[in-house]
Design a protein around this ligand. Structure first.
Ligand code: HAM
Length: 433
């Protein structure tokens, strides 16, 4: 039994320990690099915002606002919320700094934790990480297609297999209102058979019934009217050009008229990328996004058409192929006896100042145990300081891959390690060819 007095992390909120980090860093670096290539600059907004920001943008009837927000009153009696997503904060910052007056189009990206009090499951957490993009000032549809193509390319470059891209259009606000009523009229005669949650949604948010997981709800929805049949001419033209551009870019997609997504600010283009591979279970939405042409105005700004998306980093990691993720260590410094510890500390400084990753184990362990540790840490080379070698002004440099060992003068150690690493790189390239 574990000790009940131990304080544990909050349910649904996870630690990420250093061994897991290389995979996180790989995904984050790929995202940042892709965003940079497509012209996006990073924005960092606070983790806490005034509650009305989320209520007004995401929508009162949504699950996020009605059930999942971490909201509290602070000591100054302000009602604050831990951000459940990044779009509302980005729009707030965009307006607060009057960015619309400075440039016609702004392309922003962000990366950070979000908070939703959902039921924890594999791929669904109460604190989770999102990487997202927001583009303000371009009404599309080419930018819509570019964004979808960008995420698909990013995921492919990371090796995420078995993707499905779903696209839909919600039309304008008026279209959505008309569709809501059409859906309500269609569903009302079936009300008695609907799940309890959908019965409630029939009143508050009927569109969300379309993505109910209940088999009976799904069967009822199978013959529901399609929003695509209700689009006006301008919305239809936008959607047709989006799908034509995606075709020209070679991005495979499926039109899914039942895709609605759980945030109220969307209009027109909507998309979601679902994964099937890796360890992903039921939480297979890797990323979701869409247009929110009315939101900037709704929050008190000018009419600025906008589109964005966000992907869940934990879900991307679950979808990634499993690969060894050993931390890389260029050199491990090993001492024959503790009297050489000061010399080892100086050697470690020398290696690290030269840009090498280096570790030492100066706890007075035996040579055998230090070498075992070098093996465990995946050290490519080992620098051994011994009494006799010190007297001659040399160290022994061991190449852990080919088990080659040589004497090297103190001031030549960095160059000798670099040469060993370069040899290894060359033989890797050779193997890859
Ligand atoms: P969202 O669909 O709510 O959209 O979230 C985007 C992605 O975040 C999801 O596809 C999923 O990968 C991940 N995610 C959401 N909730 C959780 C959770 N509880 N645990 C783990 N991962 C989760 C938005 O947040 C919009 N702000 C996206 C957007 C940006 N639309 C326009 N601009």
């Amino acid at each position: 039994m574990s000790d009940p007095s131990l304080i544990r992390a909050v349910k649904g909120m996870n630690d990420v320990l250093p061994d897991a980090m290389p995979r996180w860093h790989r995904v984050e670096a790929a995202f940042r690099e892709t965003a940079r290539r497509y012209g996006y600059g990073e924005v960092r907004t606070p983790l806490v915002e005034p509650t009305p920001l989320f209520v007004r943008s995401i929508g009162e009837a949504t699950d996020i606002v009605s059930k999942e927000m971490y909201t509290f009153v602070d000591k100054g009696d302000d009602m604050l919320t831990l951000r459940p997503e990044g779009t509302a904060s980005a729009v707030r910052a965009y307006l607060e700094h009057a960015v619309h007056g400075q440039e016609p189009v702004s392309k922003w990206y962000y990366l950070g934790p979000m908070f939703r009090r959902e039921r924890p499951a594999r791929g669904r957490y109460r604190q989770f990480w999102q990487a997202g993009l927001e583009c303000f000032g371009d009404s599309g549809p080419q930018i819509d297609a570019e964004m979808i193509e960008m995420v698909v390319s990013l995921l492919a470059s990371l090796g995420v297999q078995d993707l499905e891209v779903l696209v839909n259009s919600l039309g304008s606000r008026d279209t959505r209102a008309r569709y809501r009523e059409a859906l309500r009229s269609y569903l009302s005669p079936h009300e008695a058979r609907l799940s309890e949650e959908s019965k409630q949604r029939l009143v508050t948010n009927p569109l969300r019934i379309l993505d109910s997981k209940s088999p009976v709800d799904q069967e009822i929805c199978a013959s529901a009217p399609s929003i695509l049949d209700m689009l006006d001419d301008a919305d239809r033209a936008h959607f047709d050009e989006l799908t034509a551009t995606l075709g020209a870019l070679g991005t495979k997609f499926r039109v899914e008229p039942k895709l609605v997504r759980g945030l109220d600010y969307y209009s027109r283009t909507l998309f979601e990328i679902q994964g099937k591979g890796g360890e992903l279970g039921a939480q297979n939405a890797l990323c979701g996004g869409g247009r929110y042409d009315g939101l900037v105005k709704e929050l008190g700004g000018p009419d600025v058409p906008s589109i964005g998306f966000a992907m869940g980093l934990e879900r991307i990691l679950l979808a990634l192929p499993n690969e060894a993720s050993a931390r890389s260590l260029d050199a491990m410094v090993v001492v024959a006896e503790p009297s050489l510890n000061v010399k080892a500390a100086v050697m470690l400084k020398q290696l690290r100042s030269a840009g090498l990753t280096a570790e030492g184990d100066l706890r007075g362990q035996s040579m055998k145990s230090q070498l075992r540790r070098a093996e465990k840490l995946g050290a490519r080379t080992v620098v051994i300081l011994g009494g006799a070698e010190e007297a001659r002004g040399v160290v022994q440099l061991k190449d852990m891959r080919v088990r080659h060992q040589q004497d090297v003068a103190h001031d030549a150690v960095v160059a000798a390690i670099r040469a060993r690493l370069a040899l290894e790189g060359a033989s890797h390239d050779g193997a890859a060819r």
